[in-house]
Design a protein around this ligand. Structure first.
Ligand code: NAI
Ligand code: MG
Length: 501
């Protein structure tokens, strides 16, 4: 494969997918101990895209040993914070130099439109590393005046130090493969940890290419190890490993619970960024043109494969029909097709499993009595395409309103009053994100304050920045990615107390 839809693929991309990819352990590219490989697919065609070494328990053991040695004894542990920051910055520069290549790999492996990988995934990853590069030299403790009532007259000097938590396992999903690697690696590197990264089995390629740039940037061996493989094997071994100090996970709430159970052995620290069923609330006093476009993009961006997708759409009764019609019109304007085709505005879902899952929800919606305004079906026979779908006549008892669909499917529900919406919006076991559309800024902030969600967007949606923390309340997770909050995941606080007199 060298070109498709008139797009001439970067030669390095063609070469990269043509050869079986290996694991990165202790600075070397190696086969899996078992010798096994697995296939990653092009979701636009369902055809095999590349073969990848299949990491398992033994490979995770090797990678953890390498990360432990790099943390305890390697040059990484003696590097100044300034040197550490410069290495992270250099990695950002290298990704930027190879931006087109990363965008193409991401589109081939995940399916998303090339225009999106180029405009969002890759630049956001670059920016995240640059933001975190700055933090490397700014992770500070404090000096703390203390009183100690049971040692009258004694004088102390007390302070805190924030130290890296140690060897970190990071397990990431397939919806933003490179960006999720950046969200996890960036703060862990800034804090001085060493890492074993397990990319999702559906989309391992961009993380493996990133591994090559990590080596090229000059990170010492063992600081970043990358072990692709399946969740039940490589992922489970990493989450349970007794010599891993912390595990960071992004993915389903179901697997999040398994990670917590796996961590009990050595009580490793855990951070989780899990599912969502985010409410998006449109008041009748909103700029409706903006709200309609925003609400459509809130659910259809990345084919709805966003943990924060605005999948529960609440619209004030007076404007319900108008807003739903507007979103349905937006949905009809979407061009579903292969991500490499420049005309495409929505690509395929990532895998056959996701296709079946989303189609299952479409069936469940209609059998429970929801009405399809537009969409509702698979597109074509080849590749994993689904129509952007708008459902109405949906109630809070239905699976399509309760459960995360992770596809381009929104359920629209009318509401009558601000009081009612406060309750409805929070009526979910999830608490990741929420959207509010109104020109009444007091009403917007009052509702934002009552939302049990880690992110609230007002008159916008899906706005991400390296400096803004992201994560969930309730079953949407523990801890935050991005922003300086993310550093909390990767540091321990040590209190030092010296008696002066
Ligand atoms: P998943 O949670 O199974 O996969 C995410 C990552 O966890 C992958 O790297 C996978 O290999 C790993 N994993 C799976 N089982 C594991 C285990 N027992 N121990 C350790 N690691 C394990 O998600 P999946 O199956 O790909 O998608 C299912 C649903 O999860 C989606 O429909 C969606 O609702 C949700 N999801 C949420 C994401 C988010 O961004 N919060 C991302 C991906 C999926
Ligand atoms: Mg799974």
């Amino acid at each position: 494969m060298s070109s498709a839809f008139g797009v001439q693929l970067d030669q390095r991309v063609t070469d990269f997918v043509a050869r079986p990819r290996k694991l990165l352990v202790n600075g070397e590219w190696v086969e899996a101990a078992s010798g096994k490989t697995f296939e990653t697919y092009n979701p636009a065609t369902g055809e095999v895209l590349a073969n990848v070494a299949e990491g398992d328990k033994e490979d995770i053991d090797r990678a953890v040993r390498a990360a432990r040695a790099a943390f305890d004894k390697g040059p990484w542990s003696r590097m100044t914070v300034s040197e550490r920051g410069r290495l992270i910055w250099k990695l950002a520069d290298l990704i930027e130099e190879h931006a087109q290549e990363f965008a193409e790999l991401e589109t081939l492996d995940n399916g998303k439109p090339l225009t999106v990988s180029r405009a969002a995934d890759v630049p956001l990853a670059v920016d995240l590393f640059r933001y975190m590069a700055g933090w490397a030299s700014k992770i500070e403790g404090s000096t703390i005046p203390i009183s100690v009532p049971y040692t009258p007259g004694a004088v102390y000097h007390a302070y805190t130090i924030r130290e890296p938590v140690g060897v970190v396992g990071q397990i990431i999903p397939w919806n933003f493969p490179l960006l999720m690697a950046a969200w996890k690696l960036g703060p862990a590197l800034a804090a001085g940890c060493t890492i074993i990264l397990k990319p999702a089995e559906q989309t391992p390629l961009s993380a493996l290419r990133l591994g090559e740039l990590i080596v090229e940037a000059g990170f010492p061996e063992g600081v970043v190890n990358i072990v692709p493989g399946f969740g039940e094997t490589a992922g489970a071994a990493l989450a349970a490993h007794d010599d891993v100090d912390k595990v960071a996970f992004t993915g389903s709430t179901e697997v999040g619970r398994l990670i917590v159970q796996a961590a009990v052995g050595n009580l490793k620290k855990v951070s989780l960024e899990l599912g969502g069923k985010s409410p998006n609330v449109v008041f009748k006093d909103a700029d409706l043109d903006l709200a309609v476009k925003g609400a459509a993009s809130a659910i259809f961006f990345n084919h709805g494969q966003c943990c924060c997708a605005g999948s529960r759409l609440y619209v004030e009764r007076d404007v319900f029909d108008q807003v739903v019609e507007g979103i349905a019109d937006q949905a009809k304007k979407i061009t579903v097709g292969p991500g490499l085709d420049p005309a495409t505005t929505m690509g395929p879902l990532v895998s056959e499993e996701q296709l079946n899952r989303v189609c299952g929800y479409l069936e469940s919606g209609s059998s429970e009595g929801a009405r399809t305004v537009t969409g509702g079906k698979r597109v074509g026979e080849k590749g994993y395409f689904v129509e952007p779908t708008v459902l109405v006549d949906a109630t809070h008892e239905m699976k399509v309103v309760k459960e995360e669909i992770f596809g381009p499917v929104v359920a629209a529900i009318p509401f009558e009053s601000a009081d009612e919406i406060r309750e409805k919006a929070n009526d979910s076991s999830y608490g990741l994100a929420a959207g509010i559309w109104t020109k009444d800024i007091g009403k917007a902030h009052a509702l934002a304050s009552s939302m049990r969600a880690g992110t609230v967007w007002i008159n916008c949606y899906n706005i991400f920045d390296a400096a803004l923390p992201f994560g969930g309340y309730k079953e949407s997770g523990w801890g935050r990615d991005m922003g300086h909050d993310a550093l909390e995941n990767y540091t321990e606080t040590k209190a030092v107390c010296a008696r002066l007199s």
